[in-house]
Design a protein around this ligand. Structure first.
Ligand code: ATP
Ligand code: MG
Length: 411
């Protein structure tokens, strides 16, 4: 493959410039690899910068320390040292080849063969390298694929998936983020044939790819293929709601909001509470994340129409503005049948901007002072609060003290 030179200014910016300078020469060679090269090539802003090197981990750590950077041995058995430079983390991984794989883990041995390093990677567009001077090394034709939006397995897809089942999800994640047109038929067929192997992956790994898959502009198209091939149902363990997912994406677009993975997961896969608890297990969600999905499921039956503000105010009062933001979008995505109906929800989405839930004017002490005891305190407060909400949050302290006294004859 004929090497090309690229004018990547990010290569010359600190601290990467210095890092590349100290990790090249005196018998070792270090290049930027993977996502950063791919993204720069197609004109996208680059994320994390990963490096591949012929130097052994100890040597990388030694040179990094000498330059005043901080090496962290994040994955020494895989040959990875994370170098923290000016507060940024660079993963530096020694060239290696897999000796044996069991579908989840790889045993690796270090090497110094760039093409072999490339062949271990998943897709051609991820097997791109750039040297410190901007020379692009593209041993497998990844540049052309990246520019054409072709997500192509390196080598034989079925074999590559058998080595690491996560590659099925990565195929769709990269398709969502970088694909143009339909997925490569042979690669897709391999993903379908091996789809049940997804069940053998750890929840953490599935979580990471799955949440990232939900965000890119072409996520809906990728999810549609996953759904039509039964792969999506295997991951979420239930039915999907692609139309609701698409409506949420449209709502975000009209409101000019960034996509948010947990919210999108809710639109895609949460109808009832059981969906939320299943996803909590399957994707090892955090408590906060699963609380959000649960809130979407619980409030859904109450927010059926955007015309009625009263139930929305109650939901906002009971859940607070953050959960309300999830809930109201989930309701809109669930209920609106067309673009007009979706636009009809904008007002309720903006409710927290024009209305702040007041605090209920009484507390437990007030009710106890009126003679309530034990469980009666909570029950009385709850009944009064419900009446206050039903009455549109009106009436001050005096009013509700009087109502409490009526409820509590002993007072
Ligand atoms: P992003 O910018 O989205 O992080 P990325 O290409 O950096 O994209 P990572 O998941 O961070 O993706 O992986 C870094 C690189 O490591 C990839 O570009 C790919 O070459 C390789 N890689 C990661 N995971 C796998 C895998 N499961 N199988 C083979 N190669 C992989
Ligand atoms: Mg990355």
């Amino acid at each position: 493959m004929r090497p090309r030179r690229a004018e990547f200014d990010w290569l010359r910016r600190e601290p990467l410039r210095t890092l590349l300078a100290i990790l090249n020469g005196d018998g070792i060679e270090t290049r930027v690899v993977g996502g950063a090269v791919r993204d720069a090539l197609i004109g996208r802003e680059i994320g994390d910068v990963d490096l591949a090197t012929t130097g052994l981990p100890e040597e990388i750590a030694r040179r990094a320390t000498l330059a005043g950077f901080r090496p962290v041995p994040t994955g020494l058995e895989h040959g990875t040292v994370t170098v923290v430079a000016d507060g940024r983390a660079f993963e530096v991984t020694t060239l290696r080849h897999d000796v044996e794989t069991d579908g989840r883990r790889a045993v690796v041995r270090f090497g110094n063969d760039w093409e072999e390093d490339a062949r271990r990677r998943d897709f051609t567009m991820n097997a791109l390298y750039v040297e410190a001077d901007g020379t692009i090394q593209d041993p497998l034709g990844g540049c052309e694929d990246a520019l054409a939006g072709r997500v192509r397995f390196i080598g034989e897809a079925e074999r590559r998936i058998a080595e690491d089942h996560l590659r099925i999800l990565r195929f769709f994640r990269f398709h969502a983020g970088y694909g143009q047109g339909d997925p490569q038929p042979a690669d897709l067929a391999a993903c379908v044939r091996l789809r049940l192997t997804l069940l053998r992956l750890s929840a953490e790994r599935v979580r990471q790819e799955m949440l990232r898959l939900l965000v890119p502009p072409r996520a809906a198209a990728a999810l549609r293929v996953m759904s039509e091939t039964g792969i999506l149902q295997i991951v979420i363990g239930g039915v999907d709601r692609l139309p609701a997912f698409e409506r949420l994406a449209r709502l975000e677009e009209t409101l000019d909001e960034a996509a948010e993975p947990v919210r999108r997961l809710g639109a895609l896969a949460v109808i009832v509470e059981e969906d939320a608890s299943r996803l909590f297990d399957r994707l090892r969600l955090s408590k906060v994340e699963s609380r959000r999905l649960l809130a979407m499921a619980e409030a859904r039956p109450r927010l059926k129409s955007p015309a009625d503000e009263a139930p929305a105010k109650e939901v906002l009062y009971r859940n607070g503005p953050e959960l309300y933001a999830d809930i109201v979008r989930h309701a809109a995505a669930s209920e609106a049948r067309d673009a007009d109906a979706l636009a009809g929800w904008h007002d309720l989405v903006r409710l927290p901007q024009r209305w702040t839930a007041p605090a209920f004017p009484l507390n437990g002490g007030d009710v106890a002072a009126l003679g309530a005891r034990g469980r009666e305190i909570g029950q009385t407060l709850k009944a009064l609060e419900a009446a206050w909400i039903a009455g549109g949050f009106s009436g001050g302290r005096e009013h509700w003290l009087a109502r409490a006294a009526e409820l509590l004859p002993r007072g």
